[in-house]
Write a protein that binds this ligand. Structure first.
Ligand code: KG4
Ligand code: ZN
Length: 350
């Protein structure tokens, strides 16, 4: 059994967790949302500073919650890509320093591979291959999970990520940040068919549409135009109906692509990851569509859908079990394709 302490600081959550293979022993998550709310989005410099202030406490708390000592760790891991460079540097530097100090192997982890591993945490018997729909503030990807470290992107967004679309639409409806949870809540008492909205499709040069890629910027513009028109007609906006119609459109678009992809590639299991996986509309649409095609959908609990270090530790444990470790010269990267994950292990990047 492999015990890993991992640190996640790629965006606006400072998180430290200890995982034994696929079992979570502690998972401390300190969210910075309150701090960034006043700016309507994450301010990178502010995020880095808060990570610095919080990370030592989170490490100590994680060890205390798990009731373990450094001697009992097999390795120390941190998210190293993709994400905000300054924010990533805080967790990565802390992990490398601790690895050196306690003479433990170090592992850098790709953030999106972490999101995939959230499904293993809640379904310890899950085995690849399967399809992962990763929907977060920065990504909307359909990933063919072949094995630990081996991934192929089959579909992605050409513009805004799904979570970004939720956040932007919430801003134009004056609902604050982050937009996903509030739109989800308001949509529950709205009519999803009140306003027909364009789902957004990606044209192919040879004609027709890309079956797995999505595009949400047109949908966002359509909501903008619609709200401008409604504001001219009345003083009060039908916010619940707008939220429900927008959410339903995103959920249908993602469901259509995910099911088509799973069927075309013969993948029976679909795992969902990222903050938007918390969305109740998406969950309902996917569940219903999967059932009618005899596919199986895994929804990790919400605490593992949004950013957390337990999913990072779980990915690191799997790599460690295969003999993968990272050089202490490993740096952070703001962007990195998930198909390049194996670059993080074994080779000296310095
Ligand atoms: O995975 P995550 O915590 O952070 C990264 O982007 O990596 O995802 C955050 C995103 C935000 O855009 C937020 O609005 C969205 O997930 N989100 C939701 C819901 N909860 C969070 N979107 C739709 N419905 C939700 N219930
Ligand atoms: Zn994330």
């Amino acid at each position: 059994m492999t015990t890993i302490l991992a640190i996640e600081t790629s965006c606006d959550e400072t998180s430290v967790a200890i995982v034994k293979n696929r079992q979570v022993l502690s998972n401390v998550v300190s969210s910075q949302i309150d701090l960034h709310q006043q700016y309507g989005g994450v301010v990178p410099e502010v995020a880095s500073r808060r990570h610095v202030e919080t990370v030592n406490w989170a490490i100590a708390q994680s060890l205390q919650d798990a009731d373990l000592t450094w001697a009992e760790m097999d390795g120390i891991a941190a998210t190293c890509a993709p994400g905000l460079v300054g924010a990533l540097l805080v967790g990565l530097t802390a992990a490398k320093t601790l690895a050196m100090l306690h003479q433990k192997p170090f592992l850098g982890v790709h953030h999106l591979e972490g999101h995939i591993y959230a499904s293993y945490l809640s379904n310890p018997t899950l085995q690849p291959p399967f399809l992962c729909l990763l929907v977060s503030g920065g990504h909307t990807s359909l990933i063919y999970v072949k094995d630990c470290g081996h991934y192929e992107i089959l579909g992605q967004t050409r513009d805004d990520a799904a979570g970004e679309a939720f956040d932007k639409v919430a801003r134009l409806l004056n609902l604050g940040y982050p937009g996903g949870p509030v739109i989800d809540r308001l949509a529950k008492s709205g009519n999803p068919h009140a306003f027909p909205l364009p789902e957004g499709q990606v044209s192919l040069p040879e004609g027709g549409y890309h079956p797995y890629d999505s595009s949400f910027s047109g949908l966002k513009t359509a909501v903008l135009r619609l709200t401008q028109k409604l504001r001219q007609e009345s003083d009060s906006l039908p916010v619940n109906d707008l939220a429900a119609s927008f959410q339903d459109t995103v959920a249908r678009a993602l469901t259509k692509r995910t099911i088509a992809c799973a069927l075309d590639y013969g993948l029976k299991t679909i795992a969902i990851g990222g903050g938007v996986a918390a969305n109740s509309g998406l969950r309902q649409h996917l569940q219903a569509a999967a059932q009618s095609h005899n596919l199986y959908v895994l929804f990790p609990p919400l605490k593992f859908c949004t950013d957390n270090a337990a999913m990072i530790a779980c990915a690191a444990a799997d790599h460690f079990n295969r003999g993968h470790t990272s050089p202490l010269t490993l740096g952070v990267r703001s962007r990195m394709a998930i198909s390049d994950v194996m670059q993080l292990y074994g080779k000296d990047e310095g």
